[in-house]
Design a protein around this ligand. Sequence first.
Ligand code: GLC
Length: 558
Amino acid sequence: MALPDVSSRTDPAAPDWRDGVTYQIYPRSFADHDGDGTGDLPGIIDHLDHFGRDGLAIDAIWLSPIYPSPGRDLGYDVSDHTTVDPLLGTDDDFDRLVAECHRRGIKVILDLVMNHTSDEHPWFLASKKSREGPYADFYLWRDPSGWDADGHPRPPNNWVSFFGGPGWEWVPERGQFYYHTFLVGQPELNWRNPLLEDAQWDMVRGWLDRGVDGFRLDVFNAFLKDPELRSNPVIEGDSPWGRQEHRYDIDQPDFPELIERFRAIVDEQPGRMTIGELFSRETELAARYARDHHIVFDWSMMESPWTAEAFGASIDRRERAFGPKLWPTVALSNHDRERQATRLSASVGRDRDPDHDAIAKAAAVLILTQRGSPFLYYGEEVGMVDVDIPRDEIVDPPALRAGPDFPWYDRSRCRTPMQWGTGPGAGFTTGRPWLRLAPDAATRNVETQMRDPDSVLACYRRLLDFRRDSEPLRRGSMERLDAGVPDVLAWTRDAGGRRLLVLVSFVGEPRTVDLAAVAGDGRWTARVGSHRVPAEPDAGGRLSLRPDEAVVLEAASG
Ligand code: GLC
């Protein structure tokens, strides 16, 4: 695949905030101001003191979609990209949120869903009526490939939906099929139509003008499809989606040029950033799409079990793919995946009873000390876990289709309301929460953990405070080292003459590391770690790590 030459545009000294920490907010579940049971923008404003100098020292918030939506994919089915869903607030609330964030030095990242719209979007309503008119080609419409014996139309090719079932939906009104990678209610936009592209860029400029600092691009590598809509090759796999090689429905050769046109618009205003969500693909491709402050998610760490081998392999693979010049992302959870506290504790194997909070704290060190932009998911700072959701309360549509031929993680489990306090509604709402609260909400919450210096929250606060003033952690180079003992990972971060050594233990028993053997001669002092008082090396340079302990040490200068 040919990538456009953008090297001349690369300016390593350009001001940007790729070294910042972003906190993802799922607005429906963060904080409910008006008591209707669903989180909203005023609720976020109410809780901004959770961040900043006296709270979590994050640099940006990413809001999952805030636009009007019928809510079939809970906001990722957008019916108007230019305004705010009344369920979540008003345009004034949004402007106030941006102003309040900026006053506190917090950037605001919006989630842009530009691959598809809701089937209730006015563009689609116009498009499905007729093959004529300005919106006729805004979506991927095609004639049937033929008709079966019963007179039913046959879809144009073999493409399927990632959410299960066929990818093509027949619309008798127009006498054509439209394609949807996701739900039937999320028709795919036609990015080969210049009118659509112009309309999208106008919308993007509108948000930039309103002070938005960046965008997370939903499934960005799916925007373009093969112009001839050829059928995908069929391969072995464990689901209909997995049984196709996605040669023609994602990652088209001209996608890099399209995304550069978008990035150029964002760069018209200095200090903005973007994060592409790589859909259905590997770390190496994330690296190929990344450039400067236009960074790209990769997923290998979201799938790693709590072992040194797995995380070591993920880190090495990512570092190899990105090399020293490209800037990676680091994320362990998001609104589509099992929460890290649940996943990592569950992965430790039968021979061990996992200490959930110890692992959550060590994972915090892991995420905040690697090279790359860290992304935190709301609630991870108190070690929130996945919640069992009964079938009749599931809010994730593909989960209702799950079966032997369609394995699916029910995303309702990781989207439960934020646990703020001990009272009814966990401080999230005075009403009935839209999705059930976690059973541990009364004990695992911000209010309780604020009082406990050994809590997961206290650990995140210490780490974030340290990271904020640490040039090596923010921008430094990273080198993996051999820790010399099993189950422990080691790496250094270097910048401005300062050198940090990070050690993370992945085992439920103590481990002693010989620092001279790992990092050469020199005196090391513990600066911060998973425990309130981190392990210190003894006079002989030996460091005894407690079970699942992670420590950041600094080399004495001179
Ligand atoms: C992305 C989002 C996911 C959504 C899908 C369709 O993968 O993260 O939540 O369902 O796109 O928009």
